[in-house]
Design a protein around this ligand. Sequence first.
Ligand SMILES: C[S@@+](CC[C@H](N)C(=O)[O-])C[C@H]1O[C@@H](n2cnc3c(N)ncnc32)[C@H](O)[C@@H]1O
Length: 280
Amino acid sequence: MMFSKDYSDSPADLLLDLIHSRMGLFYENGMRDLALDKLVPLMAERGINSALDYYYFLKYGQESETEWRRVETALAVNETYFWREFRQIEAAVAYLLPRLFKDNMGRNIRIWHAACATGEEPYTLVMAMYEANLVDNIPVEIFASDINSKALAHARAAIYPKRSFRAMEQRIKEKYFTPQDKDRYQLVDKIREKVEFFHMNLLDLERMQRIKSVDIIFCRNAFIYFSPDSTKKVIDGFYDILNNPGYLFVAAAESLLKFGTRFELVEIKGAFGYRKTSDE
Ligand SMILES: C[S@@+](CC[C@H](N)C(=O)[O-])C[C@H]1O[C@@H](n2cnc3c(N)ncnc32)[C@H](O)[C@@H]1O
């Protein structure tokens, strides 16, 4: 038994606090065992058998950065699929892109998918742009990040299992994918090459400030795993790097209004999003 079940000021507590401050992930009491169970195999591989030793290893160890990559991958919940909560993507493609393009005299429109998991979300946006005949008419830069390196490798390879297609029309699947084997499909290059993927921890606010002039951010279904405090830090960071006006889309279940945000809730063609409109 590596972890004591009493978390008050226990080494397990210390470890989960460290993970929370680094990655934003927050585990309610009922979820703490689950999170700790995911770390046990990592500890075993390192020959570490106590939460306290693992805490010190992650905090001060020479190989801590390598180990954090493993922790990030082990703890991430990468559930995603094509055409998920499509209304927001449709609103961005059909309404925001043409408008931003016109208002900004034809400069590139910059879109960031900030917790993209295995890439279905940014690729959905590109396919929607193709479907709307916008790819050759509106210059966009689409970049996508996640904290989970393994998910990013999957996103770059762009080979997807059947479950990724559960909300996508067969017609679109046939148009943009080729069968790879019995159960998997390869995304065509013209969609793949439109998205640039990179590793990024959203709680790395210093690094976030180096991402400049973004027009639209999608960060959906990540804040549900964050504490309110971490969510607030990240949305404040988003606010700073967005252009004015700029737009943020979170998932329907992730209202930001309780955070006293400077963003304004807006409805765009039946989808809800947040707009930065400041006079600063
Ligand atoms: C459920 S997926 C959401 C994927 C996609 N946005 C969607 O809505 O379908 C949540 C993603 O958030 C990522 N994530 C969790 N904590 C993160 C952090 N601190 N920085 C960046 N990404 C993080 C996870 O790795 C995971 O891939």
